[in-house]
Design a protein around this ligand. Structure first.
Ligand code: ADP
Length: 509
């Protein structure tokens, strides 16, 4: 990661009241983890730079966590867990819901801060994420009473019951694309179920999640929710390996997911993985055309520069409407405004980091160099001189690529989609399923019988007909094949992944 000029931490703590000064807040959050109810520096005293991807300016420094910081945080979490688990489950839920209300009061502040550090557009992305975070906490906060067991008819004079018990300390590792939301999907069910949590934030986006942790700690007892910033192997690795961590939940790449799962297997602890995707969108000629074009723009998450696991990065369009659809989609994306992510007019912000910028541009160059391929490069780069160093990439819609192309097979995590014509339903289903991934899929048709048939046969954890929403509270979310292991966002996910079932038998004969 490139370094930038040092940003001195602001003297004193971040403001108590919501603030709209995102730069001041970023400086005030500099250089610290949040452990045991307080901001603490890295034990090594080392920090790393956090930059605004829209300008390249240094906005903060983050504490660089290592095994010693992990140990301190996990011990605090383990200490807090005993008393937290003894609280009545509905009381824990009520406290988590109260955290949601605090976050809602700070949602504009959080939206501005996450925009500053990730380059996502404030109006089209960050505000939605900030609201969804509060929603997730409020949703899980209402589920405390659902941590119920069963009575089992074992034998006369023997009362047999099961109870749901927490696992202990949960280690959570999160990525940078929607860090507050993806963190909420882990911490909310973990906490309501009586666990305590240590989160390792993504090195590219450590600030907004740190502020969320501080805000939540205004409500929860100290030590229940701790957060560390730092790099993967040096900070995430020791977290997974720590003997007191009894469950790991991870969102990120397939490659690192396998490392995490292997390390968790050494300790025989459960692991939940939310990994990549190469989600297909199937468009039939009988669809509602305009609605489907709009749906393709949202499905492709162009407003998040395509940096989404569920992005519709493969679009299959029935041949009679193929040319018209590609032209309409390109026109719609062309009209989107790229610019300063904090500007209300901006639809599309920037790519997160130099590494992702180079990777996405390499995919685009490869596609453009492929014989027979057409690249429709949409929208305009911003002209503002302040943004000259920004990691902006114009969205690209490809047609004419062979199935074997890396752009068709691999997750790009950028504003790039590939569009294919199709003639036959069985053939398009086979193409859609011909992927190592299986996170999400969508079908666009007015023939509900066909839509439902395909919904059953598409290999994906989430299939939507005539819409393609992001993860929603109360609906199980998670992939099959290389897209992951386990589900998130629902009551079942809380019960299955953050509790174990204990059997108690009473012989009263
Ligand atoms: P992305 O491509 O989204 O950056 P990664 O899988 O590289 O996805 O990173 C997701 C998260 O996993 C980040 O918080 C990162 O620091 C962490 N991470 C990376 N390598 C490791 C590792 N070896 N052990 C634990 N966590 C890791």
């Amino acid at each position: 990661m490139p370094d930038h000029p040092t940003v001195e931490p602001e003297a004193g703590a971040p403001p108590l009241a919501p603030t709209l000064d995102e730069r001041g807040l970023a400086r005030a959050l500099s250089g610290r983890h949040f452990i045991g109810g307080a901001f603490v520096p890295a034990s090594s005293g080392t920090t790393f730079a956090v930059a605004n991807p829209a300008t390249g300016e240094a906005i903060a420094r983050a504490a660089e966590g290592d095994a010693a910081d992990v140990d301190a945080a996990v011990r605090e979490a383990a200490r807090a867990q005993k008393a937290w688990a003894r609280l009545p489950a509905r009381k824990r839920g009520a406290l988590v819901a109260q955290c949601g209300a605090v976050l809602r009061a700070h949602s504009e502040e959080l939206a501005r801060l996450i925009t500053l550090e990730t380059g996502k557009a404030l109006r089209t992305e960050s505000r939605i994420e900030a609201q969804n975070v509060a929603d997730i906490l409020e949703f899980f906060g209402g589920l405390g009473g659902e941590l119920k067991g069963e009575s089992v008819p074992f034998a006369p004079d023997v009362l047999s019951v099961t109870v749901r018990e927490p696992l202990g300390v949960v280690g959570a590792i999160i990525p940078w694309n929607v860090p507050m939301l993806l963190m909420a999907l882990k911490i909310a069910p973990a906490l309501v179920a009586g666990n305590t949590v240590v989160v390792k934030s993504a090195e590219e986006a450590p600030l907004a999640v740190l502020r969320v942790c501080e805000l939540i700690n205004r409500v929860l007892p100290p030590g229940c929710f701790n957060i560390l910033s730092g790099f993967g192997p040096e900070c995430g690795g020791p977290l997974v390996a720590h003997p007191l961590v009894r469950k790991v939940t991870f969102t990120g790449s397939v490659e690192v997911g396998k490392i995490v799962a292997t390390a968790a297997a050494q300790k025989l602890i459960p692991v939940t993985l939310e990994l990549g995707g190469k989600s297909p969108m199937l468009v039939f000629a009988d669809c509602d055309f305009d609605r489907t074009v709009t749906g393709a723009v949202t499905s492709m998450r162009f407003t998040r520069q395509g940096q989404s696991c569920t992005a519709a990065s493969r679009i299959y369009v029935e041949r009679p409407i193929f040319d018209r659809f590609v032209a309409a989609l390109a026109a719609r994306v062309d009209a989107m405004v790229m610019g300063d992510p904090l500007d209300e007019k901006t639809d599309i912000g920037t790519i997160i980091s130099d590494g992702q910028f180079a990777k996405v541009r390499a995919f685009i160059a490869e596609g453009q160099a492929t014989p027979g391929a057409t690249a429709r490069v949409c929208s305009k780069l911003p002209e503002d001189a302040r943004l000259a160093g920004g990691k902006f990439i114009q969205p690209v819609i490809f047609t004419g690529l062979p199935d074997s192309s890396r752009l068709v097979q691999e997750e790009i995590f950028g504003p790039v989609t590939v569009v294919f014509p199709f003639d036959d339903t069985e053939a398009v289903l086979a193409a859609a399923n011909d992927s190592e991934y299986g996170l999400a899929a969508s079908v666009w048709t007015n023939n509900l019988r066909r839509g439902l048939d395909l919904a059953h046969r598409l290999e994906a954890g989430l299939v939507q007909i005539n819409q393609n929403l992001v993860v929603q509270a109360n609906l199980s979310y998670g992939g099959v094949k290389s897209s992951g292991l386990g589900k998130e966002a629902s009551l079942e996910s809380m019960l299955e992944h953050f509790t174990h079932k204990k059997t108690i038998m009473v012989n009263y004969a």
